[in-house]
Design a protein around this ligand. Structure first.
Ligand code: PRP
Ligand code: URA
Length: 209
């Protein structure tokens, strides 16, 4: 079973409150999402492997650590995942980026894939799938399945807010995937919205309805 990590750093929790607040306007919403994404990237990369190398300082030769292992790939789910991408790239500027376009059919709540474009060496990378919302889990499961169908094996999921139903669904469909969230909310309502959540992430990021 993949682990669920709640990124409970005070700065993340503070900013998340403003993201949730219905009075927060589009500009502020976007800025806070960007900032939380950067802070979450710090948590999600906590376990990436290091190797020891020798370095010559101006004073002496010493052993010191550098990142080793697989290179990273970031996979925002369009469109709301784009709102977190730049924030993650601030910490991981060398990561390559693949895009998966999915929308949730408002009637059936089933994800519909309309676009996918991945780095050519995506199979060799450790991937972070990025989406602010994990509601039923359908979009996350579809995106991860698409990546696995193309040979990807090391995948983490990153969301601002998750519903317990979505976490359970992803853990069942993809037990090898760890999920990082800023908050685990209470439940889904009849329209598949997370309660209390933040509303529609894409609409709040881009000022649409
Ligand atoms: C939202 C959100 C997730 C999905 C979550 O996207 O950004 O991708 O819903 O719901 P699920 O867990 O039930 O699949 P939406 O389909 O509204 O598309 P958008 O990003 O284009 O607004
Ligand atoms: N997508 C959103 O943007 N918000 C939710 O609460 C659920 C799905």
């Amino acid at each position: 079973m993949g682990k669920l990590v709640i990124c409970d750093h005070p700065l993340i929790q503070h900013k998340l409150t403003f993201i949730r607040d219905v009075r927060t306007n589009t500009k502020e919403f976007r800025e806070h999402v960007d900032e939380v994404a950067t802070l979450m990237a710090y948590e999600i990369t906590r376990d990436i492997p290091l190797e020891t190398i020798t370095v010559q300082t101006p004073v002496a030769e010493t052993e010191s650590k550098v990142i080793s292992g697989r290179m990273l790939g970031l996979i925002p789910i369009l469109r709301a995942g784009l709102g977190m991408l730049e924030g993650v790239l601030k910490l991981l500027p060398a990561a390559k980026v693949g895009h998966v376009g999915l929308f949730r059919d408002p009637e059936t709540l089933q994800p519909v894939e309309y676009y996918i474009k991945l780095p050519t060496d995506v199979q060799e990378r450790e991937l972070i799938v990025i989406d602010p919302m994990l509601a039923t889990g359908g979009s996350a499961i579809a995106a991860i399945t698409s990546l696995k169908n193309r040979g990807c094996t090391q995948i983490k999921m990153m969301n601002l807010i998750a519903a317990p139903e979505g976490v359970a669904a992803v853990q069942e469909a993809h037990p090898d995937v760890d999920i990082y969230v800023a908050a685990l909310d209470d439940h889904l309502n009849d329209h598949g919205y997370i309660v209390p959540g933040l509303g529609d992430a894409g609409d709040r990021l881009y000022g649409t309805k």
